[in-house]
Design a protein around this ligand. Structure first.
Ligand SMILES: Cc1cc2nc3c(=O)[nH]c(=O)nc-3n(C[C@H](O)[C@H](O)[C@H](O)COP(=O)(O)OP(=O)(O)OC[C@H]3O[C@@H](n4cnc5c(N)ncnc54)[C@H](O)[C@@H]3O)c2cc1C
Length: 447
């Protein structure tokens, strides 16, 4: 009995690509479908633009995995309801398993008044914009000179880095529900924006919230020593923090553009040993002309898996095994059954959690579950697999999808490298799908 299977992996970010490696190691063939033309996901389009060593290293690893003849990369193909392919269509195509590793493409809102006005953005859209991912790369973001970033994680740092070091705006105001010690960013990441910190303002802010910090047993003196440094903000650009503030309203001007952010001041209380923000009813106004939500993402419900509150629903049972297989199995709460043959991994399983290494580890554990599942099923002969892949590509082409293969990606990348060399930069990316497709077609024509 043949044990080799055809597996569809949806999403060629770190989870999809490292997961693919585990599947081909088990001698399965993988059709890797990716919404973006280029592979890499947030490693390509999220990790900050100047992290050359990290980006180049990851690209090399991804290239090596994709080069395996058992991997069929199909870029520029979106899977989901009303898209090029639905998950239901897949089920009829002879795939032994389908792995959804499409990241967390949905955006979270706060649900406050005014958040639909011009100048309110989601961090991921902004990050995609400055990392040159179409169509965000082509979209106009009305940034202005003073920007509030809501949230205090590493994504906030990346956005502040872009705003202060690249866009050279006047001020970034970080708005956080809790206090300085509850920051989620890493100090090593923060270094790129530290020189803009308005230390006098930080001192004032810590003095303002000192009673609330003391109330939960935090040492104000130590916090001041840790967070207030010497010196003026570099080049007159300021980075300030407004702690213990929960946004309640975006105040728009007469052109429906951001004029200010209204926030409720909080106190902190201890709950099960951790600090929790609690509104005081006292409002404050923060004058800004742009608001960026850096509060994490949620999965994309339109993929067509059972969905609840920003996440795909997975099997609630604790099944025996390490890793726990249930955690990777989408689950229909109505029928109380797992979706046979479908799995989730990476940020599609656990949105906005962890660095590339975490997504990699999650995918590797998940593929152990998938390989185990496949080992009990009859596989497909190799000729049959090829016929099914061809039928899939033909079907996509008939639907008018310009499918991009890994050979196409090589042509595109060679053109981008040449352009980068000509511009004397380490990296260059074409910023529209149309341009990328044209470049690929032109290179093919001259071969
Ligand atoms: C702003 C930012 C900065 C970061 N910086 C770092 C860093 O410096 N270092 C680090 O280690 N980690 C960093 N991370 C974390 C890291 O990027 C993630 O851990 C990792 O990329 C998650 O991998 P993933 O494959 O689950 O999802 P993603 O990387 O999001 O990949 C998802 C893939 O799925 C595809 N896709 C989406 N929807 C569909 C669909 N419907 N059909 C087909 N394909 C689809 C997308 O095109 C994409 O290629 C950063 C994250 C962010 C948001």
């Amino acid at each position: 009995m043949s044990k080799q299977h055809l597996v569809a992996v949806v999403g060629a970010g770190p989870a999809g690509i490292y997961g693919t490696r585990k599947l081909v190691e088990a001698r399965h063939r993988v059709v890797l479908l990716n919404r973006d033309i280029k592979p890499g996901g947030l490693a390509e389009y999220g990790i900050f633009v100047d992290k050359e060593k990290m980006k180049t290293g990851l690209r090399k690893q991804f290239k090596k995995i994709l080069a395996d003849p058992k991997v069929f990369y199909l870029g520029h193909v979106t899977v989901g309801q009303n898209q090029a392919l639905t998950l239901d269509e897949f089920k009829t195509m002879g795939f032994g398993a389908i792995v959804v590793a499409a990241g967390a493409q949905g955006t979270k809102k706060l649900g406050i008044e005014g958040e639909d006005c011009v100048g309110v953005y989601h961090a991921k859209d902004v990050v995609y914009h400055f990392n040159s991912l179409p169509p965000f790369s082509e979209r106009n973001f009305e940034i202005g000179r003073r920007v509030a970033i809501i949230g205090m994680g590493n994504v906030m740092v990346d956005i502040a880095n872009w705003l202060l070091n690249h866009k050279k705006i006047d001020q970034v105001v970080v708005v956080a529900r809790r206090g300085p010690l509850e920051k989620a960013y890493d100090d090593s990441e923060f270094e790129v924006i530290e020189r803009y910190l308005d230390n006098a303002d930080m001192k004032q802010e810590i003095d303002r919230i000192a009673p609330q910090l003391s109330a939960v047993g935090q040492n104000v003196e130590e916090i001041t020593k840790k967070f207030v440094k010497a010196g003026e903000p570099a080049e007159g650009r300021r980075l300030t923090f407004r702690y213990l503030c929960s946004p309640t309203k975006v105040i728009a001007n007469s052109q429906n553009r951001v004029a200010a952010l209204e926030a409720e001041e909080n106190e902190m209380v201890l709950q099960d040993g951790r600090t929790v923000a609690k509104g005081t009813g006292k409002m404050r106004r923060i004058d800004v002309d742009c608001v960026i939500y850096a509060i994490g993402d949620q999965v994309d419900a339109s993929l067509g898996l059972p969905y609840s509150r920003g996440a795909f629903v997975t099997n609630p049972e604790k099944l025996p095994g390490d890793p726990n297989p249930a955690a990777y199995q989408p689950y229909d709460p109505e029928t109380k059954r797992v979706l046979d043959g479908i799995f989730v991994a990476g940020w599609s399983r656990n949105a906005s959690v962890g660095l590339v290494g975490v997504a990699k580890q999650d995918a590797e554990r998940g593929m152990k579950v998938v390989n185990e599942y496949l080992s009990s099923k009859e596989g497909l002969p190799s000729g049959e697999m090829e016929a099914r892949i061809e039928a899939l590509i033909d079907g996509l082409k008939k639907k008018g999808v310009s499918v991009v293969t890994k050979e196409d990606i090589e042509l595109l990348e060679s053109a981008e490298h040449e352009e980068a060399r000509a511009r004397k930069t380490w990296d260059f990316k074409y910023t529209s799908d149309q341009k990328m497709l044209e470049v690929i077609a032109a290179r093919k024509a001259t071969r």
